[in-house]
Design a protein around this ligand. Structure first.
Ligand SMILES: Nc1ncnc2c1ncn2[C@@H]1O[C@H](COP(=O)(O)OP(=O)(O)OP(=O)(O)O)[C@@H](O)[C@H]1O
Length: 243
């Protein structure tokens, strides 16, 4: 579903942020990407839907090459759901309007169909009663669940998550992770940048560990947690699990 092949990226001529990154995510797979701050995790995931350009290598999603100038990027992005750390909801739109906008503008759905789909998804994430409110009237955890529902409203073939719980107060983390766990168990293809190792243990198929722009480990979950092969991954894991 996602093929990342020998990707190299520089933010400036002297700063290479990604070095020869190669991995893939098959249909229905849940891959967790972890690693120290600044290791390039967000950059890598943003390259997948071309939010960041890269200078070497190839990425394709469901057979469509992301870095081909002929690729229709809006169309590709409409199939790749992305959830960010800071929700990125439109503050001046009601929750249901946040869910309908792209459905109508990008997919051409009628208002009624978009609202029906939006309400169905709000119900799924436990927020049906909040449909007529504005984002600022919701807690961080609720806003993030809306952001997930908004991405799902586009019927994505894959979902990318960039540290979806790291801006949340601790008591709100589990309500967002629960939605993500359900999604994973329903078979959604997911690439998730997170430090939530409980989530990784529960639903990941594989764990990728990045350090200094390189993919240092790419292992089935049980191998990763059972016997990390590199000192760097071992050190990271010990640190994160001790928190
Ligand atoms: N637009 C940018 N221009 C220049 N440097 C950038 C840009 N975005 C990120 N960087 C740098 O690239 C490196 C990797 O950043 P990135 O956000 O991908 O790392 P990360 O592993 O996701 O980190 P974190 O866990 O802290 O979010 C960092 O050193 C960061 O400061």
């Amino acid at each position: 579903m996602i093929e990342i092949s020998h990707v190299n990226k520089w933010y400036s001529p002297t700063f290479q942020v990604l070095t020869d990154c190669t991995t893939s995510v098959t249909k229905g797979e849940v891959v967790v990407v972890c690693g120290p701050s600044g290791s390039g995790k967000s950059t890598l995931i943003k390259c997948v839907n071309a939010l960041e350009p890269f200078q070497g290598g190839d990425i394709s999603v469901d057979g469509t090459k992301v870095n081909d100038p002929k690729t229709n990027l809006p169309k590709l992005r409409s199939r790749v759901g992305m959830v960010f750390q800071h929700f990125e909801l439109f503050p001046h739109l009601k929750i249901i309007e946040n869910l309908c906008l792209a459905q109508q503008k990008v997919l051409g759905r009628s208002h009624d169909k978009a609202v029906a789909k939006g309400m169905q998804l709000l119900e799924r994430v436990g927020l049906k009663e909040q449909a007529q409110k504005f984002p600022a009237q919701l807690s961080g955890g609720q806003q993030q669940r809306v952001a997930i529902a908004r991405a799902l409203a586009m019927d994505p073939i894959v979902m990318l998550f960039d540290e979806p719980t790291s801006a949340l107060d601790p008591e709100m983390v589990s309500e967002v992770l629960d939605v993500m766990v359900d999604l994973a168990r329903e078979g959604m293809t997911m690439m998730v940048v997170t430090h939530e190792m409980g989530f990784a243990r529960k639903v990941a198929n594989r764990v990728i560990f990045m350090d200094r722009g390189e993919i240092v480990e790419d292992a089935p979950k049980d191998d990763f947690f059972g016997k990390p092969r590199s000192d760097r991954a071992q050190k990271f894991l010990s640190k994160i699990l001790s928190h």
